[in-house]
Write a protein that binds this ligand. Structure first.
Ligand SMILES: O=C(O)CCC(=O)C(=O)O
Ligand SMILES: [Fe+2]
Length: 292
């Protein structure tokens, strides 16, 4: 059983707190190659040579306006030609962690998103307090219902450099917002005074897995180098809720034969599983409309 940085079993910590910090999911040798690959893709995204990127001024997809980049999308896209990202995404200890967190068997895992969060160059940028799958204006009644929907997946940030950009409200992932939290998310969403907020401080190589419905925000600081791998995996039980969260990022490029050919053996079944999810939810293309 894998444990977190406080020696708590990771599944228990994630369930209880809505987030869990884990060490050692990247071998030192791989760390060097991941950093080099990140430098290359960041340069391409900033130069406009890679069009799948998150742009300052916009929080959720689609990212169509702006020039300063805060994230690079689709690191495992075959046209980026950086196999080291797939090598890590399919690595044994990472897959083992995901299996433990989801209580899933390896053959039931589903390949999903793999992006990169970086420091902008021109100006600092704050993301608002949010839950990924529940818009701020959602009524309390609807929020209760949405929070009951199981995720059948997990997402994580893995820091290649020190990273203290993410803030969370521990244990907020399964309950309706308090009146004060609701007011902040709607009327003062960049507040630095959310009750109970905690700054997540990651050392290089550390990973935070978090429930995507935990109340969270992030502060992007132009002066501090950030290259944090931001990825997710699910299980075959996901269904249409998971499909809408994942495919809103536009994954139709995964249908290219060159993508399938680039996969390490450990990701062949997770790839077959994500294709099956798209087919089962009746999507011709692996693309859906934005949630927010
Ligand atoms: O920058 C981060 O660490 C969090 C990003 C985030 O919340 C999101 O992309 O929805
Ligand atoms: Fe988020």
């Amino acid at each position: 059983m894998l444990t977190d940085i406080n020696n708590v079993p990771i599944q228990e910590a994630l369930k209880r707190d809505g987030y869990v910090i884990v060490d050692g999911l990247i071998d030192p040798e791989l760390m060097i190659r991941l950093k080099e690959a990140c430098d290359r893709v960041v340069a391409k995204a900033r130069a406009g040579d890679w069009k799948y990127r998150r742009l300052v001024g916009t929080q959720f997809p689609p990212w169509t306006e702006g020039t300063d980049v805060w994230g690079v999308q689709h690191l495992i896209h075959p046209e980026l030609n950086e196999p080291v990202f797939l090598e890590w995404y399919g690595s044994t200890k990472l897959l083992q962690s995901v299996c433990e967190l989801l209580g899933a068997k390896k053959e039931d895992l589903q390949l999903e998103l793999f992006n990169l969060l970086i420091n902008p160059q021109d100006s600092d940028f704050d993301l608002t307090w949010h839950r990924d799958a529940v818009p701020a204006e959602t009524s309390a009644e609807e929020e209760i219902e949405k929070l009951k929907v199981p995720h059948y997946g997990t997402q994580w940030n893995t820091a290649l450099y020190e990273d203290a950009c993410l803030y969370v409200v521990p244990n907020s992932h399964r309950r309706v917002r308090t009146p004060e939290e609701r007011d902040i998310t709607i009327n003062d969403p960049k507040s630095h005074n959310m009750p109970g907020q905690l700054q997540v401080r990651l050392l290089p190589g550390q990973t935070v897995f978090y429930d995507n419905n935990i109340l969270h925000r992030a502060a992007y600081i132009a002066a501090n180098k950030r290259a944090t791998l931001h990825a997710s995996m699910g299980t075959i039980e996901g269904g249409h809720h998971r499909a809408s969260t994942i495919f809103q990022h536009g994954l139709d490029w995964m249908n290219q034969p060159s993508f399938q050919q680039s996969l390490p053996a450990s990701l062949e079944k997770p790839y077959a599983n994500v294709k099956a999810m798209a087919a089962k939810t009746g999507l011709g293309k692996m693309e859906t409309k934005p949630i927010h």
